[in-house]
Design a protein around this ligand. Structure first.
Ligand code: 3EB
Length: 358
């Protein structure tokens, strides 16, 4: 945790600390991601007074919920547009949408999830236009039952259709200049309908979209993964004030466009880290020395089978070393044969004048 005056930071803390402890940066908070098994509580915690994205994913490294607060170095302004709750400062806009599919009726052309996705992304683009934050930096997409099929289509494919349609409808690039993202699934519970849940960071300076030379760009994946390719880049390098922030998208054991090591979770972990290393090397071509290093990143590790947790953590510690900072969540990955996905973030002063974060 740190309180240096960085223009964009993410601080992790418990729900209790978020609600009850005071910290100077709380005045500068933009919004929060809450990963917790029972997110019912969170919906009723109106006193958070922050855009809050509840994601119902169990944490595997400890039993407790984790809150990740995005904050800057100046007070923020709140607002709401349609389904989006947002806050912004001069540099960045953070927003959250929770979209029930029940609000949409299946028709001959589009499934409810596809419509919910398209509607959510259209709302995001309208907000960015209205508030003049034209550039999407990073998106987090959480999709109920991502691996299931409905109306003859895999639900992740439905999501990709709706997402790309919205990009095209707003005249946005679907090749090259696209934001960093992740797309994970969680279980639809019998007792409560989970919702398509999306959060995003947008800014005023265009990010640099980074690709991985070991992988085909996701926006060029062949049709076997769906008639519309996923609209995301492997990473985005963003300038925010005097800081550079690197958002590495969800990364998996994919080389070219194919999944490797379908039945070997340790090999998938190693391949994923080789991919992250390759993305870092690409990013570092655009960053002043010394550049980003594996041991500076904050990782989030999505694991399909909880029983694989220890194997994955050990392999990751082996790749990164003692400085490893990671949160581990149980989640569904968008391809059935992927056993894990890892995303990461790092900040870096543009000038070496600023203090280093603690
Ligand atoms: C992959 O590389 C793994 O659809 O937004 C990773 C990051 C993945 C983002 C998305 C999907 C997405 O294809 C899956």
């Amino acid at each position: 945790m740190s309180s240096t005056a960085y223009p964009l930071q993410c601080t992790s803390l418990s729900l209790d600390a978020l609600l009850h402890q005071s910290a100077p940066w709380k005045n500068n908070a933009l919004g929060v991601h809450v990963y917790a098994t029972d997110t019912v509580d969170i919906h009723t915690q109106a006193d958070i007074a922050l855009p809050c994205m509840p994601v119902s994913m169990p944490r595997l490294d400890t039993g407790t919920a984790i809150c990740e607060v995005w904050h800057g170095s100046e007070p923020t302004t709140p607002g709401q547009l349609d389904s989006i709750y947002y806050r912004h400062d001069q540099n960045v806009l953070f927003g959250v949408l929770v979209l029930p599919e029940a609000g949409f009726v299946a028709n001959a052309d589009k499934t409810p999830l596809q419509q919910a996705t398209e509607s959510g992304y259209r709302q995001i683009f309208s907000l960015l236009d209205q508030l003049h934050y034209p550039h999407l930096l990073r998106l987090w997409n959480y999709i109920p039952d991502i691996n299931a099929h409905s109306q003859g289509l895999e639900r992740y494919v439905q999501f990709n259709l709706g997402r790309q349609d919205a990009f095209l409808a707003h005249g946005r690039d679907v090749l090259g200049n696209v934001p960093a993202a992740c797309a994970l699934g969680f279980e639809q519970k019998a007792t409560r309908k989970e919702c398509l849940t999306i959060s995003f960071l947008a800014g005023r300076v265009a990010p640099l979209s980074i690709e991985n030379p070991r992988q085909i760009s996701a926006y060029l994946y062949p049709q076997q993964y769906g008639s519309r390719s996923p609209t995301f880049s492997r990473a985005s390098l963003v300038q925010i004030g005097q800081e550079q922030v690197l958002f590495i998208s969800g990364t998996a054991s994919i080389v070219g466009h194919a999944t490797l090591h379908a039945d070997d979770v340790v090999a998938q972990t190693r391949e994923t880290m080789t991919n992250i290393q390759a993305v870092l090397a690409e990013a570092n071509r655009h960053v002043g020395k010394p550049g980003f290093d594996l041991c500076q990143l904050n990782y989030k590790v999505y694991i399909r089978h909880p029983a694989d947790f220890a194997l994955i953590r050990n392999e990751l510690a082996h790749c990164v070393g003692d400085a490893l900072q990671a949160v581990y969540l149980q989640a569904d990955i968008c391809r059935q044969d992927l056993l894990l996905e890892i995303e990461a973030t790092a900040g870096h002063p543009l000038l070496n004048l600023s203090e280093k974060p603690a």
